[in-house]
Design a protein around this ligand. Structure first.
Ligand SMILES: Cc1cc2nc3c(=O)[nH]c(=O)nc-3n(C[C@H](O)[C@H](O)[C@H](O)COP(=O)(O)OP(=O)(O)OC[C@H]3O[C@@H](n4cnc5c(N)ncnc54)[C@H](O)[C@@H]3O)c2cc1C
Length: 387
């Protein structure tokens, strides 16, 4: 496994459970993070301590851990190169190094992030400041922008928006704050019923929703944004700016021969079997793989068993399992309630359960997402208990 995040740890644990003897993970970080809680940190409802554990404590028993970084892969030689000069060979390789914020895509955005008036939940070092920024705003314009460029679980960018709007309503500041929501795509979420529900929540807070609108550049000095809209260009000033920023694949993937002209730098896998099209012993998993579906931790619940099965199936000639593009977007609609959108790559509903209706905002769903889901993550998903 290249990468010991959600994908790498879950799959390594699953392979060990299934009886695979020789499993190794390359992962440079000493601390493992449960990233979905970052949205709650940015909403003032969790701390960074709530989402961190030592990496050593989540390494599955019997798995060899190389605490370094991969700098290149040579699939023709079945070789992985580490930054410290060591080479590893493999019979099957699973590449799951995630994605990274692409600040180059929005000139000025990274500089803006150094000011108290701009922030994101997508980087742990900035997530706590997001709530400081939002909760201290008492008047002015708050802009929330959600990119459609490979953002992990992009609709969760609405969590800080709705929890802040609820806070402003409670403190009486809402009438003095203009809230602008800029969404690069056509929808707030790719499930029509949930999209309608979220739009009506937005309306209830007086949020101005602009779809097919993205930020071209940020001028942190004048606190203004250059926007690309369906009608051309526009300018917008802000007093608080929240970004769910564009992401890109790790740069070294492009030189590893594991991408294709259409995969935008991400791993060119068969989106159903998750096997590399050009290299059958290489597999792509998680945020780094071009699977034509919303990247999310929820998606990994379905992807991990598929790859675990298919690695064995390739060797025995058994039929491969297929990933249908399932993904999930949990969105808080206030500081008390949350709705859960689950759908496949064609936007068809794929709810885990039909009763209760998960697309209706509920208190119980927020409690599940904030408190129970992290326990499921540490004690089930990272232990490979998925089927
Ligand atoms: C703010 C935020 C909120 C989210 N909310 C939700 C949510 O509510 N629900 C949900 O389902 N999903 C959510 N997600 C998405 C979810 O966290 C990701 O989809 C998931 O973490 C992807 O797992 P991954 O293993 O592919 O990538 P990651 O978790 O990013 O792990 C990649 C790992 O690879 C390592 N790595 C990177 N480069 C190298 C290298 N060169 N060599 C070796 N190792 C390397 C990294 O250190 C990292 O540990 C959220 C994500 C964010 C950022």
């Amino acid at each position: 496994m290249v990468g010991g995040g959600n994908a790498g740890i879950s799959l390594a644990a699953k392979l060990r459970r299934d009886g695979c003897r020789d499993v190794a993970i390359v992962e440079p970080k000493q601390v493992h993070e449960y990233r979905p809680l970052l949205s709650y940190v940015a909403s003032g409802m969790a701390t960074l301590d709530d989402l961190r554990k030592p990496q050593a404590s989540v390494m599955p028993r019997g798995v060899r851990w190389y605490a370094g970084s991969v700098v290149g892969i040579e699939p023709e030689r079945s070789l992985v190169r580490l930054a410290d000069g060591e080479d590893l060979t493999y019979s099957d390789l699973v590449v799951c190094p995630g994605s990274q914020v692409d600040w180059d895509a929005i000139p000025g955005a990274q500089q803006a992030m150094t000011t108290p008036q701009a922030s994101t939940s997508y980087l742990p070092e900035l997530a706590p400041g997001t709530w400081t920024m939002l909760s201290s705003l008492v008047a002015g314009t708050a802009v929330f922008a959600i990119s459609d460029r490979h953002v992990p679980c992009a609709p969760v960018g609405l969590k800080p928006l709705f929890t802040a709007a609820d806070h402003w309503r409670r403190t009486g500041a809402l009438d003095a704050i203009t809230i602008e929501l800029l969404v690069s795509g056509e929808h707030l979420v790719d499930l029509p019923r949930a999209d309608r529900e979220l739009r009506s929540v937005a309306e209830s807070y007086g949020v101005h929703v602009r779809t097919r609108t993205s930020i071209e550049s940020v001028d942190a000095f004048t606190r203004s944004l250059r926007l690309r809209t369906p009608d051309g260009f526009d300018d917008l000033r802000y007093d608080a700016l929240y970004l769910a920023p564009p992401h890109r694949a790790p740069d070294w993937l492009a030189t590893s021969g594991l991408t294709s002209p259409t995969s935008d730098g991400f791993l060119a896998v068969d989106p159903r079997t998750l096997q590399l099209v050009a290299h059958p012993t290489v597999w792509g998993l998680g945020d780094a793989a071009a699977v034509d579906a919303l990247p999310s931790g929820g998606a990994l619940r379905k992807q991990v068993p598929v790859v675990a099965h298919n690695i064995a199936a390739r060797r025995t000639g058994a039929t491969m399992r297929r990933y249908d593009g399932y993904s999930v977007a949990p969105v808080t609609t206030s500081r008390r309630e949350l709705l859960l959108a689950e759908f496949d790559r064609d936007g068809r509903p794929e709810p885990t359960t039909s009763t209760p209706d998960l697309v209706r905002p509920r208190r119980s769903l927020l409690l599940f997402d904030r408190y129970l889901e992290p326990q499921v993550y540490w004690h089930r998903l990272l232990k490979g208990k998925v089927s």
